[in-house]
Design a protein around this ligand. Structure first.
Ligand code: ATP
Ligand code: MG
Length: 421
């Protein structure tokens, strides 16, 4: 992609009304734009990151048998009344149409998915099945001060599983837990699995995936020795007390909840009458699990834990571009032409294997480098008069590792270990 055509504009300063690290970094890098509190546009750069996160999640969800669908955000009041959550869910956006009919804007989709499933004839032979979507959710969040970590409109992956037996649900729950760990690793955030309450419809324990960082809104009680962790809201333990798992003194840390998986059991299926016919011919409510993960929150969390004083340092798998290729200016017109030609050629070649942002702008070295740092692609490649004299380019990883001068013809070989393809 030519940078001059990419609709990218970085900012020297973050807007004064943004407090959070992720919002400052993403706004300065030209990734997002704020429309209202908790409502953001994903600009082309931000959308690229989101799509890469989406791809990682889709791969791992498909690997555990997930089947993707897309449900509506506009949901009739009557459906939400069946479970009582029209009245009890405080973050639910409620709207009225011109005929006076009431709707919720989907904050979550248990009601809708259970409504779909009960319309089908299901025998024990059809179970289990696993349905997921990646979709915009709406929540009327009171404290939307954390950039894209807490949107009032945000993007979530939600998976729902349906089982004939509790053992089967349990086994699948563990499988999804492992898939979540893979996703977070690939997205460059390290997580702790913390026990938490079961959410608005379940008394069971749920598991949260927590990224430890000062910018987090959650507080977890955590053992630094064995990684035992629990959300402080329900922990029944305090910092300084003994870890129930290993006896070490517990600490307290701020963290971001990037995912949450729940045991629903038959809570939704019995109330909403989503039944299956079991082996013995009797009708039983399906046993359910649900598994949420915020894509936009995960992007914000990745920024919160991968940056330096000059900008974001994207983890390789979710970077908007693999490489940032930068030709330098020269005062000498003939030399300028040579640099442009060599860069252009390299650009064409690298695009066979990588996604490349090519800084074709007429700008100073300082401006180009500052932008490259703010944008944070994993590797910067610079071609200048000096490097070209040795038929070389400078290859510099964004993670702080030292720059190397590499022969242009050897660049691909050199890049392999750097960006681990
Ligand atoms: P929180 O406690 O932070 O309000 P939650 O526990 O209500 O979140 P869940 O219902 O568990 O959220 O939603 C599943 C996932 O969706 C969360 O783990 C998080 O990654 C994401 N998520 C929830 N609320 C938001 C939000 N307002 N903005 C962005 N992502 C969100
Ligand atoms: Mg949660």
């Amino acid at each position: 992609m030519l940078q001059s055509r990419a609709f990218i504009q970085t900012k020297k300063e973050a807007p004064k009304d943004e407090q959070s690290v992720n919002a400052k970094l993403l706004l300065r890098g030209g990734y997002i734009e704020k429309l209202a509190s908790g409502v953001y546009t994903f600009l082309p750069l931000g959308f690229l990151v989101l799509k890469r996160i989406e791809r990682v999640i889709r791969e791992e969800m498909d690997a555990v048998g997930g089947v993707e669908l897309l449900m509506p955000a506009l949901q009739p009041k009557e459906l939400w009344e069946e479970t009582g959550r029209w009245a009890s869910m405080d973050v639910l956006y409620k709207i009225k149409d011109a005929q006076g009919r009431e709707f919720a804007l989907g904050a979550t989709h248990e009601e809708v998915i259970t409504g779909i499933v009960r319309n089908r004839t299901v025998s024990y032979k059809d179970l289990p099945f696993y349905l997921y979507q990646m979709q915009t959710k709406f929540r009327d969040e009171l404290r939307a001060k954390s950039g894209i970590l807490r949107g009032r409109e945000f993007i979530m992956k939600d998976l729902y599983s349906f089982h004939a037996t509790e053992e089967d649900r349990k086994a699948y729950y563990e499988k999804v837990k492992e898939a979540y760990l893979k996703i977070f690793k690939r997205c460059g955030v390290s997580v702790l699995v913390a026990e938490a309450s079961g959410g608005s419809f379940s008394k069971e324990i749920s598991h949260e995936f927590q990224v430890r960082t000062p910018g987090g809104e959650d507080i977890i009680i955590v053992c630094s020795r064995c990684d035992w962790a629990k959300n402080s809201e329900i922990a029944g333990k305090r910092a300084g007390e003994q870890c129930p798992s290993c006896g070490n003194a517990l600490g307290e840390e701020r963290s971001i909840e990037v995912g949450n998986i729940f045991t629903l059991g038959t809570k939704f299926s019995s109330v909403m009458k989503a039944f299956f016919t079991d082996k013995d011919g009797t009708e039983k409510p399906m046993i359910m699990g649900c598994y949420g993960m915020g894509l936009s929150r995960l992007m914000g969390a990745a920024a919160e834990v991968n940056y330096d004083e000059r900008g974001i340092v994207w983890p390789r798998e979710i970077a908007p571009y693999d490489l940032h290729l930068i030709p330098m200016q020269s005062k000498d017109a003939a030399m300028q032409k040579r640099i442009a030609q060599a860069s252009e050629q390299l650009y064409q070649k690298l695009q066979e294997r990588y996604t490349v942002l090519y800084d074709d702008r007429d700008a100073s070295a300082g401006a180009k480098f500052a932008d490259a740092d703010l944008i944070g692609a994993p590797v910067r490649i610079v071609i200048s008069e000096k490097t070209l004299a040795a038929e070389s380019a400078e290859v510099k990883p964004r993670n702080g590792a030292t720059a190397k001068i590499v022969k242009i013809k050897d660049i691909e070989k050199e890049l392999c270990p750097v960006i681990q393809l």
